[in-house]
Write a protein that binds this ligand. Structure first.
Ligand code: PEP
Ligand code: MN
Length: 303
């Protein structure tokens, strides 16, 4: 049978498309009028400070360093001590890893949490670690000083509600396909359950660019800060995926008003079981710490 050729759409149909285009543009322009952010919006006048042990997000720069994944006690403890010696404030490390392939290293789970607790004991640094599943929230909270909701789970509303029932500080990463409005609404979910201790983290979004792992959206930092009272930090490691770009984007983050950085550090990057191409050596991390602290001082003098 001959395929039926549909008539071209009439002019009015094309006009409708124009209207749709105009409407979506309007919603972009109206970004600053986000009205449903009852708790994370600026109705609260003073900026929120989120304490994690002796570290206080929103008060002074918080620099977090550590491996993408917890691989062994030796690797994690050694890295934690190096991060501390380099001037870091907190340790990061994944015990549950959200991996693209089910055959890639998935993390050590409970063993990984125990290793992180040991690294905290030895280094004195509090740690942040990711939770992937609502069923793990309560016991991960028993170990961790701060819980990360990663980019892939930003809109996992069950997980947001579950961590919202705790008082434990939450690091909420921006989803890789999410608008600033969607990200802030996810923070709203957590506050709405009763947990006010949320720190936002810009970690890059997907675009057509392939040179960088993600497109690091630095404008999201001042944007989130003019829309919300919550502290905002950045992750130039996942934001760029390239060692050479981490230092400049770390400095740029501070200039953009970021309250801190989370960076991947490995004692021997070539051996890392995940994200080895973007892991800093402890020495490179130390250089960034020194430069961003100088940048923080410079920014204070400017204002
Ligand atoms: C991570 O920090 O280990 C991680 C997986 O980051 P993201 O969720 O931003 O990809
Ligand atoms: Mn990683």
């Amino acid at each position: 049978m001959e395929p039926q050729i549909k008539a071209l759409p009439p002019f009015s149909f094309c006009a409708e498309w124009k209207i749709v285009g105009a409407a979506s543009h309007d919603s972009f322009v109206e970004g600053s009028k986000m009205t449903n952010l009852k708790l994370v919006g600026l109705e609260k006048k003073e900026r929120t400070i989120v304490p994690v042990g002796t570290v206080r997000f929103g008060e002074a720069l918080v620099l977090i360093g550590g491996p993408c994944s917890v691989e062994s006690e030796e690797q994690t403890v050694e890295t934690a001590v190096a991060v501390k010696e380099a001037g870091g404030d907190m340790l990061r490390g994944g015990a549950f890893k959200p991996r693209t392939s089910p055959y890639a290293f998935q993390g050590l789970g409970l063993v990984g949490l125990k290793i992180l607790a040991k690294a905290r004991e030895v280094s004195g640094l509090p740690f942040v670690t990711e939770v992937l599943d609502t069923r793990d929230v309560s016991w991960v909270a028993e170990f961790a000083d701060m819980i990360q909701i990663g980019a892939r789970n930003m809109q996992n509303f069950s997980l947001l509600k579950e961590v919202g029932k705790l008082q434990k500080p939450i690091l909420l990463k921006r989803g890789m396909h999410s608008t600033i409005e969607e990200w802030l609404n996810c923070a709203e979910y957590i506050l709405n359950e009763g947990n006010p201790n949320v720190v936002l983290c810009e970690r890059g979004i997907r675009s057509f660019e392939t040179y960088t792992r993600n497109t690091f959206d630095l404008s999201a930092v001042p944007a989130a800060k003019e829309l919300s009272h919550l502290p905002v930090i950045t992750d130039p490691t996942h934001g760029t995926g390239r060692i050479s770009l981490i230092e400049p984007m770390s400095l740029a983050s501070i200039a953009a008003g970021s309250d801190g950085l989370i960076l991947e550090v490995h004692r021997n990057p070539a051996e890392a079981l995940s994200d080895k191409d973007q892991a800093l050596t402890p020495q490179a991390f130390g250089t960034i710490v020194r430069k961003v602290r100088a940048m923080e001082k410079f920014m204070k003098e400017l204002t």
